[in-house]
Ligand binder design. Structure first.
Ligand SMILES: *Cc1c(COP(=O)(O)O)cnc(C)c1O
Length: 406
């Protein structure tokens, strides 16, 4: 076999360097000594306020708030829409730990909704459970967008408020609607492994005056909220400012300075991610035993990671694929592992959040194999990675999985 000797030498966690203009902007902030977002004079617009304006414009939202992390943005959103300790919050069974963590962080209790073979929230399961809570924390996990038209119909009919976790969908859209704009609040992360890189950080967007005023007070604005980039009318603050605790989670000017030049390039970066995704997807199509995820035509996604399914494979066979790929330099992550590892975990790993088994989802979760696609990979790298996966899945399949499954 000609491909057997090929090994991939790239690094799955190596992102691109920070662009030179962003470095220059960061250096200018450091030279000024004014790193705190409210350390501005007169009408001067600081870097954080400028970022908020630019991100609101990018998403088409009335308001944007820059905060300390994506998880912080989700927690602030939950509190700003009125979630209280003991409340139930609907959320995805297939997501990353910061999502149930944000719900638990406000003292609320997640109600897990299943996942489809398309890796989106199961809308039938959502329809069945929608009466159990007032809020849905919807995670567009790994960049997969559910049918947002039907989802909003279900939630609107039940009077359920939707908050969107867009950690993997910054720059994506459903039928032309920017991800994060169907719900009342959209939350984003600008941590190193997401679509903009500030090390840590988060953003939230909304059109709602009072939700924005509450989130702003929460983020630690003291009474300096008029220094923000996008500020709701005074009346909104008058109604909330004595009720919202100050839970500091502000962004600083240094990180905002790094982010603004990256935001200007975001669409081009997203297109580059999706080119890489398509290259791997193309190489994996038709591999026996491997299911490629179908992407709906309405979905404009950002391919910063790719998933495929090894449906109904025995655990040891999936383990063998991971080991054989790792030996050739391809690091795959498995959401089906019994123990959480790295960034993978499952709803039943979160013991603080009680859950009933979700058998159809368990079948999917046991099958999900995941891989990051940093922009430091070339299209040739992606084709090589796909050849390696194809060969190793094929080898394990032929060694006996095919017989076990049939
Ligand atoms: C990264 C991530 C978050 C939270 O972002 P942080 O900035 O790390 O707090 C939320 N949801 C998902 C799905 C994520 O991957």
């Amino acid at each position: 076999m000609s491909g057997a000797a090929e090994v991939f030498a790239g690094n799955f966690t190596q992102q691109e360097p920070i662009p030179e203009d962003a470095i220059a902007a960061a250096v200018a902030v450091m030279r000024s000594g004014r790193l705190h977002r409210y350390n501005t004079s007169g009408d001067e617009i600081g870097e954080v306020a400028a970022l908020e304006r630019e991100f609101a414009a990018y998403t088409g939202a009335k308001y944007a708030l820059a905060v300390a992390s994506g998880g912080y943005a989700m927690g602030a959103a939950l509190r700003a829409v009125g979630v209280r300790p003991g409340d139930k919050v609907l959320t995805n069974a297939f997501t990353l730990a910061p999502v149930p963590g944000a719900i638990a962080g406000v003292g609320a209790v997640p109600v897990f909704v299943g996942v489809t073979e398309g890796l989106t929230i199961d809308l039938d399961d959502l329809a069945a459970k929608v009466d159990q809570a007032q809020v849905l924390m919807l995670s567009h996990m790994r960049g997969h967008l559910a049918d947002m038209d039907r989802l909003m119909e279900i939630c609107d009919a039940a009077g359920v408020t939707v908050i969107e976790d867009c950690a993997h969908t910054m720059g994506a859209a459903w039928r032309g609607r920017v991800s994060g704009r169907d719900g009342l609040v959209g939350c984003y992360s600008v941590q190193t492994y997401k679509h903009l890189n500030a090390g840590e950080g988060g953003l939230l967007v909304t059109d709602d005056d009072e939700v924005m005023a509450r989130a702003t007070m929460l983020s630690g604005s003291y009474m300096l909220y008029d220094k923000h980039g996008t500020v709701p009318p005074d009346g909104a603050f008058a109604r909330v400012k004595y009720d919202m605790p100050n839970v500091s989670g502000r962004m600083d000017n240094l990180r905002a300075a790094i982010l603004r030049p990256q935001l200007a390039r975001l669409d081009a970066q997203c297109a580059a991610w999706t080119d890489r995704y398509r290259a791997v997807e193309q190489g994996l199509r038709g591999t026996p035993g491997l299911t490629v995820i179908t992407r709906p035509a309405e979905e404009m996604f950002v391919g910063s990671s790719i998933q495929f399914l090894l449906l109904d494979w025995p655990d040891n066979a999936v383990g063998a694929v991971l080991a054989r790929c790792a030996a050739r330099g391809v690091q795959l992550k498995w959401f089906g592992g019994a123990e959480p590892e790295g960034y993978t975990s499952r709803y039943d790993s979160w013991h603080y959040a009680p859950s009933a088994p979700l058998p159809p989802s368990d079948r999917v979760l046991r099958a999900v194999v995941d891989m990051r696609l940093p922009l430091t990979f070339s299209l040739d790298d992606c084709a090589l990675i796909a050849r390696i996966i194809r060969a190793e899945v094929g080898a394990v399949w032929q060694a006996g999985v095919a017989q076990v499954i049939r």
